[in-house]
Each structure stands twice: as C-alpha cells, then as structure tokens.
Design a protein around this ligand. Sequence first.
Ligand code: TXA
Ligand code: MG
Length: 314
Amino acid sequence: MTQTALTLSPDADGIATAARLLATGALVSFPTETVYGLGADARRGEAVAAIYAAKGRPSFNPLIVHCADTRTARSYVQWSDLAERLARAFWPGPLTLVLPLGGDHGLSSLVTAGLDTVALRVPKHACAQDLLKAFGGPLAAPSANPSGRISATTAAHVMAGLGDRIAAVVDDGPCPVGLESTIVSLAGETPTLLRAGGLAPEEIEVVLGTPLAVQAGSEIIAPGQLASHYAPRARVRLNAQHALEGEVLLGFGPGACDLNLSPMGDLTEAAARLFDHLHRLDATGAPIAVRPIPNTGLGLAINDRLARAAAPRA
Ligand code: TXA
Ligand code: MG
C-alpha cells in the first residue's frame, strides 16, 4: 500500500517533527530560497541511498550538502581564501561551492558519489535554517523532484512528484528565488562556473576580481548539465514569437500568452515563476512554445533550464 507524506507547518512543532524524522534516516522535503530540497542525513549511507531511490536518480550524480553555517561547512573540506571570500559575500544564500574533501569529514561517500570533492551550501531560507539547527547535522538535499523532471518550487509540486516516496514535506509556501543555486568549483586551478543559477555570475566575479572559467569539454562534472535534465513531458520550442496550432505559449514581457513569466520583463520575477509555469503548462498536455528571454543576469540560468527542457530526449 502506498503511504502519503505528512505535510508539516514551518512552526516549532513542524520543524521538531521534521528533525525527528530525519534523525531516524527518513526523507523530508523542505523549502530553501531556491527550490524545495529532498533532505536526508548526509552522514548515513542508507538515508542518502533512499534519496537516490526516491528520485530515481543515476547513482553517479553527487548531491549538495546543506549546512547551518559557514563554520559547519568548513569542517568537511579543505577551506581556502577564495572560499572564505565567497562565503562571506554570499552565505547564507543561493551559492554552492565545490571544494576538496577534508580528512575525517564523516560524510557518506554516496553523497559525493565517490568523488574527492563535495558541494556545500548554506541556505538562507528561515525554514531551512530552523530545520538545519534543529537537526544539528548536515543534510544532503537535491531538488525535490523525480530525476529528470522539473524542480519543485511549492509543497504541492513535491507531493505530486514524490508524495508516496517520502516521510514528510514542510510547507512554507513558494520558494522566493525559484531557480537552483549557482554552483562554483574551487577545487581546480581557477574558480569555475559549473551551473548557472539563482546568483548571477557577474556578482561572483565582482567579489573574485577575476572572470569565472566556464567548464570546457564534454566531461560531465555536474550532471544537471545532462542535455535533457529539466524535462517536462511536453515538447518545448524556444524563441517563439507566437504559438503555433495546438501549442500553449509561455510569455515574457508584454503580449498575449497562456502564462507569463513576467509581463514587466523582470528576470528575477521570471526565475521565481519558471518551474511553476512549466508544471502548469505541462499539465495541459500541449506542446509548449516559449517567448525569447534576454541572456543576461538570471536570464542565463533561465535559458539554460529552458534549453534543457527543449533538448531531444535521451
Ligand atoms: O538550489 C539548490 O542547489 C537545490 C536546493 C535544494 O539546495 N539543490 C539542488 O541539488 O539543486 P541537485 O542535487 O538537484 O543538484 C546538485 C548539482 C548536481 O548537478 C550535481 O552533479 C552537482 O550539484 N554536484 C554535486 N556535488 C558535486 C561535486 N562534488 N562536483 C561537481 N558537481 C557536483
Ligand atoms: Mg535537480
């Protein structure tokens, strides 16, 4: 018989229940400022394995470890001056740093998928902070969607995708940023952008004082880069001015359409609505046409997600 996940409120009782469930090795979804995460104790292999199972995620895909603060994050890795600068500027917030693992880190090797680096993030969202403090340990948390599907930005998305496979979801409304965190690797010679996301690369470059390298070649470092990773069921057509017969139109800026990412043409608003609008249009069953979106600031990450949604399926 399939069980349905508990829906918890983000008050003291709900957070305490969520922390207790996590301590038993169960899976609990919780909101962050970017997207809903599917959390489990990052030190327990079986709890982390349950994440891969629930998501149907390929096992070579490593997970982000969420920490309450920079001090906790530092304890798992070989920290550096650059890491310190970026952490001071952007943590807590929508930035994930990939760093070489330290000695005695205690994290499950399933979290890192056997790599000698780990992705760390200190989320800003009050509910994520409360839960990390109540739980008192690191939480592995990929986005709370079945693998290859659209990320969840509301508790309803989580329930629709994973409701029969997890213990609980903490419902604290829609995620304010609406796009996953920006991932920067500090594990190599040069700071490298692995995934565009909720923090604009330009802001990171100001703090670094140098341009970010962009990952070259075909080697998959962040499998979020797999061509058809963010796939709605429907076919997606980009840079469309109008819907063709039978299509639904996802708008940006002024003009008639079925759903609009931002009638005012505001990229931050568009990012926050992206996954929700894709979920809703996908539910119509019709192919989705998308108006052009400028390729600057958060537009880079939005277009990156849309290009994946439109990529031919493997
Ligand atoms: O905003 C976010 O980052 C959300 C929320 C829940 O925090 N989490 C998220 O996690 O998007 P996930 O698992 O869906 O994406 C993690 C990405 C993957 O593409 C993974 O390959 C990459 O991070 N990653 C994790 N560890 C890595 C590592 N050691 N080296 C390179 N990439 C890594
Ligand atoms: Mg994801």
